[in-house]
Write a protein that binds this ligand. Structure first.
Ligand SMILES: *Cc1c(COP(=O)(O)O)cnc(C)c1O
Length: 413
């Protein structure tokens, strides 16, 4: 069992040269959990403190003070959920909706639909606005559907900023315009689990009522925490919500007099220290600089794909660069066996790539390029993929490594 990314591996058995080269620091390039900085890991590694007073309370206060900045809100109330992203999804639903309410889930890949399925289990009626696997949500289709709801039966619109299956990035501001143009009062809820801290996002300026995120993707903290930011309209909707889940309920958290009430009990101590350090690192870098770094790294990935691409071989899932995520890329592999690329990278080189999920199984792989990442980490990933393509004698246009290096090199200096 591997417990750290620098564990020694057994030498390859006689004649078995599969792992010959694979003795170094592993690279995990999946779209979450992403690589956790040493600073965050070190901050988490500590004995348990007094949870009623002292340093931990200061850390907790600082986290709640800083979280709104990451979502670009001054009016949104942050909530910390001791759960993965699914827990934040549930918190958003059970605090703002009532049984029998209808929500509209905007399909663009997998995740808005899965969020909707969770809402349905809570007694909410869910309508899916169908979308495609290789396109963003069409704001005109949203406008049309909302215009056809004069009685305002739809109580909430569920959207995903970046769909981690297809690597599409939806235009959240344009979807907001569809609600505004139709003067539709539905709550606008956005899943930024894969994108927060990576892609430009403006909760207040884009009129988002509920933002949801997780710790383990762009925010550089191990899985186990997630976040909800609730704007004034969402807090008001809480009054009429009747899907109450005690552990996730906002009422006691909004009225918290002791900081552990913000967590519905004992605080997740190591995660709070890790999150404090990650938020410090994000503030040091600057959110806008982070967005730009992610864009430049993504452009290097795209340059590599463009160069590799060939008839029947490697290609983009999202053709339009403006609709591509800058945090994750889904790469179609045509006639090339995507699972063999992943196997070679993992076993021969210690590189873990994301697998194609849902309809993409076996015909795509994914690169997570989110969070704590610099050019050598990314170029190493791309070069290792190219080595696997060479090993497979797979069709390849040109060197993606050269293209990625040229793309990044243009920004050195
Ligand atoms: C990862 C992800 C989720 C699910 O998050 P978990 O932490 O696995 O529960 C939901 N939505 C998006 C867009 C994601 O990328």
């Amino acid at each position: 069992m591997t417990t750290s990314n620098c564990d020694p591996r057994p030498a390859p058995a006689g004649g078995d040269r599969v792992g010959l080269l694979n003795h170094g620091r592993d690279m995990v390039a999946i779209p979450g959990p992403s690589i956790i900085p040493e600073r965050v890991l070190s901050a988490m590694h500590r004995p348990m403190p007094d949870i009623y007073s002292g340093d931990l309370v200061t850390v907790s206060d600082e986290i709640f003070e800083r979280l709104p900045d990451v979502a670009r809100t001054t009016v949104g109330r942050p909530f910390v959920v001791i759960a993965n992203g699914h827990g934040a999804w549930q918190m958003a639903i059970s605090n703002t909706l009532a049984r029998g309410d209808k929500v509209l889930a905007l399909e663009s890949g997998s995740f808005a639909v899965i969020w909707g399925e969770m809402a349905a289990l809570s007694g909410v009626k869910v309508e899916v606005l169908p979308g495609a696997d290789d396109l963003p949500v069409d704001p005109d289709a949203v406008r049309e559907r909302l215009a056809d709801d004069p009685g305002h039966e739809i109580r909430a619109v569920l959207a995903v900023q970046t769909d981690t299956a297809t690597s599409v990035r939806n235009d959240i501001a344009a979807i907001r315009s569809a609600l505004d143009d139709t003067r539709h009062p539905a709550l606008f809820m956005v899943d930024c689990i894969a994108s927060l801290g990576c892609e430009p996002y403006e909760m207040d300026a884009w009129g988002v009522d509920v933002t949801v995120a997780g710790s383990q993707k762009g925010l550089m903290v191990p899985p186990g925490l997630s976040f909800v930011w609730a704007g004034p309209k969402a807090i008001a909707a809480h009054e009429r919500s009747d899907i109450r889940v005690g552990y996730l309920d906002w009422s006691s958290r909004l009225d918290a007099t002791a900081h552990y009430q913000l967590y519905s009990g004992t605080p997740p101590v190591p995660h709070l220290y890790g999150l404090q350090e990650a938020l410090t690192m994000i503030a040091e870098e600057g959110l806008e600089s982070r967005w730009e770094r992610h864009r430049l790294l993504a452009e290097a990935v795209w340059a590599a794909i463009e160069a590799w691409s060939s008839e029947g071989g490697i290609g983009f899932n999202i053709a339009d660069p403006a609709a591509r995520s800058t945090a994750v890329t889904t790469i179609l592999t045509g006639d090339i066996d995507a699972e063999e690329i992943r196997r070679l990278c993992a076993e021969s080189a210690g590189l873990t790539l994301g697998l194609g999920i849902g309809d993409f199984a076996g015909r795509a792989f994914r690169i997570g390029h989110m969070g704590y990442l610099n050019p050598p980490m990314l170029l190493g990933t791309l070069a290792t993929i190219e080595a696997a393509l060479v090993a497979m004698r797979a069709p390849m246009g040109e060197s993606g490594v050269a293209a990625a290096a040229a793309s990044l090199g243009a920004h050195f200096g």
